[in-house]
Write a protein that binds this ligand. Structure first.
Ligand SMILES: NC(=O)c1ccc[n+]([C@@H]2O[C@H](COP(=O)([O-])OP(=O)(O)OC[C@H]3O[C@@H](n4cnc5c(N)ncnc54)[C@H](O)[C@@H]3O)[C@@H](O)[C@H]2O)c1
Length: 278
């Protein structure tokens, strides 16, 4: 009784950093964070048109760029959201890994000392990261790469894995969350680490996913619809159907949840999972 929604989320006056905020899910998350009273620092490759404290326009697949932005970010961060991502364009297999996974891991580890006690780190993974268990050994090898150079050398030596470049990048992210959330660096200061794994959502990436699925926009869109919507005559999600849950899991509402990769896909992966078990 007597609680207001602002207090339940707990973002009022808090310092929040979010990537990918020019578009899609992260944009809707950033809008909600601003409405909830957070001081938002946003980053993207493209211009960010939101009333944030500060916007950084930069390519977050590069170590030097991430280092430069981290210099400018606040000394104490309450919640970090890593949301930027790209589709699996042919010829960009390594770039996809650096954008969707390795650069994010690098940024998480660089900023972890600045996340306050009881703070949170939340990422956007994907249904594409399903079955991470099948490649967990390989994901752990990438996770153990200490530098960008080491990671790039590993990727170059494993073309068969990064051929499926989008999936492998998100499988690495899912493995990272699972393998790190319960380590002393996190539990010692009660910092939570989670991700959402969205299904098919209408965003800036929708057309890219269609083209990269088959090489052609129309047939690709039909193939994506068949995979994600065919079994339930479904509809794609709206950006806020991912952005708002993301804001929730980074908030006080989910203060006892860590190490989770939450599939938000209207039950699709639940059905894949049960089909393999029964
Ligand atoms: N849209 C979907 O169906 C879907 C499904 C599952 C997962 N995802 C994931 O959701 C996340 C958000 O994407 P979205 O669907 O909202 O798409 P979006 O294109 O609307 O947003 C992604 C943002 O990331 C930014 N970005 C891309 N590369 C970058 C880089 N190198 N440096 C900095 N910023 C960069 C883009 O400029 C863009 O603003 C991504 O991680 C994506 O992989 C999307």
């Amino acid at each position: 009784m007597g609680k207001n929604i602002q207090d339940i989320f707990g973002y009022e006056g808090k310092t929040v950093v979010i990537s990918g905020a020019a578009s899609g899910m992260a944009k809707s998350a950033a809008e909600l964070l601003i409405d909830l009273g957070a001081k938002v620092y946003a980053m993207d490759l493209n211009d960010i048109h939101l009333p944030v404290e500060r916007a950084f326009k930069a390519d977050l697949s590069k170590k030097e760029t991430i280092d430069a932005i981290c210099e400018e970010l606040p000394e104490k961060i309450d919640a970090l959201f890593l949301c930027h991502g790209m589709a699996a364009w042919p010829g960009k297999e390594i770039k996809v890994q650096l954008v969707n996974y390795f650069g994010q891991k690098y940024m998480i580890e660089k900023l972890l000392p600045r996340i306050v006690d009881n703070g949170s780190i939340s990422c956007i993974s994907s249904v594409g990261g399903f079955n991470w268990q099948d490649v967990v050994t390989e994901c752990m090898e990438v996770i153990h790469c200490a530098t960008f150079e080491e990671a790039i050398a590993w990727y170059e030596a494993h073309p068969e894995l990064i051929n499926n470049s989008y999936m492998f990048s998100k499988q690495c992210l899912n493995t990272y969350i699972r393998s790190h959330a319960h380590t002393p660096q996190y539990t010692g200061r009660r910092i939570r680490l989670n991700a959402i794994c969205p299904g098919h959502t209408l965003t800036g990436l929708t057309e890219d996913f269609a083209i990269t699925a088959t090489g052609d926009k129309e047939t690709g869109a039909a193939a994506v619809d068949m995979i994600f919507l065919g079994s339930w005559n479904g509809r794609p999600a709206l950006p806020e159907e991912m952005g708002y849950p993301l804001v929730a899991i980074g908030s006080k509402i989910f203060s006892y949840m860590s190490g989770q990769t939450i599939y938000i896909d209207y039950g699709l992966t639940a059905s894949w999972e049960i089909d393999t078990l029964i």
